[in-house]
Ligand binder design. Sequence first.
Ligand SMILES: [Zn+2]
Length: 468
Amino acid sequence: MPELPEVETVKNVLLPIVKNRTVIKCEVLRKTIVNNLSDEFISFILNETFLDISRRGKFLIFHLTNDKVLISHLRMEGKYYELDESEENTKYSRAVFHLDNGHKLCYDDSRSFGRMIMSNETNYLKEKEIAKLGPEPFEIDDVSTLVKQCKKISLPIKTALLNQTLMTGLGNIYVDEVLFASKIHPLTPTKFINKNEWENIVKEAKRILSMAIKDGGSTIKSYHPGKDISGEFQTKLLAYGRNGQMCVSRHAFMRFIKVNGRGTTYCPKCQIKRGAPIKIAIVGKIASGKSTALDVFKKANYLALSSDEIVHNLYAKKDIQELVNKRLKIKSDLPFVDALREHLKSHQKDLDRLEKIIHPLVKKEIEKEFKNSKSPLLVCEVPLLFKAHMQNMFDVIIGVDISNSEQLKRLQIRDKEKSAFLKRINDDNNYFEEHRLDLDYIVTNNNDVKSLSKEVKKIINIILDRLY
Ligand SMILES: [Zn+2]
């Protein structure tokens, strides 16, 4: 979807093509583009001359003779192509403007979501689509109005910026870029954004949008500013589309979340989440003391889930047992869990298949519990967080570390027979080496509950500071 820099580029490409050209014939090939007013539209534009083009947010404003104004919103796929009269219209031409110099301007829109609105110089800024737009960042010198306006908005800052009413000009791509540059988490409730942060948002929006305009916008999927012209800014995007890649500060991997349905990429270390709820995962090797860490949250009355317990509960369900037995072809008279353990001893490869069944169900359960809870901190112990690709569900990841010798000692105390089996599961689970950059905090467990609790409490206090 073209955003402000792309529309600005389209405007700059189009202006020399149409300036002082008169429309000698017009065809509407898809009525919905002009709100089903084809006849009115044709007589509106016929014999008028283009004088200038301006832009308001993502709207192109064509200024015509006789004080007429044509507002064009490209929406998802709208594009303008200049062609020779001798050439065929483009494939998805929805309206064609024949000009007085032997050229024609095709409005091409494969999805036909774009709209053209007829207006005039006196009224076009009052048309409802335009009137609701806030100022562009370039027009904001003083953020005090923004600070005042946002005091009652609980929506995430990303959603508030996409709404275009506080400020216009940032769509999905550039909102991610601006929030990344301003070091603000996209889910931060808008009312928590202070004056200093608004100043940063406006400053970064001005800088990033100007840079993008200079580069001709970003060429992403559908957008093209004109025939044979590509934007270059996509190569400079630092957040958008970089899910799973290293943050440019090289301290964490970029994460992908949905914010009110919109795909959003951010850095969990640069953009710390503020405002409840904060979702916390506890990870660590088996027998490292994750449950002890979880208990600290539980005792403080925060929602504390154990994914092992969730798995345990799932395994108790008849339909889950049937599903697993069927998929893994297990036939045994032993109780389900014992039969499963026996089966996995001789069919090591089935562990992957089992996890493919169970992980999505665990994820769903956690999401459900989180949604139904009013606790400001939502905590879950998830030993297989990375293997199950669940890290994006959490704002904070705490790793509980333990030395190898201490770990083995604990495993042996737990269950002599089971320990080998458990160790095997653990062997491919070396997140402390592979995922160190994903961990926000690491606590070390030297088999001393008191000092582990103390470390966890310290982390809780740091996280609580972010709530307000
Ligand atoms: Zn970062």
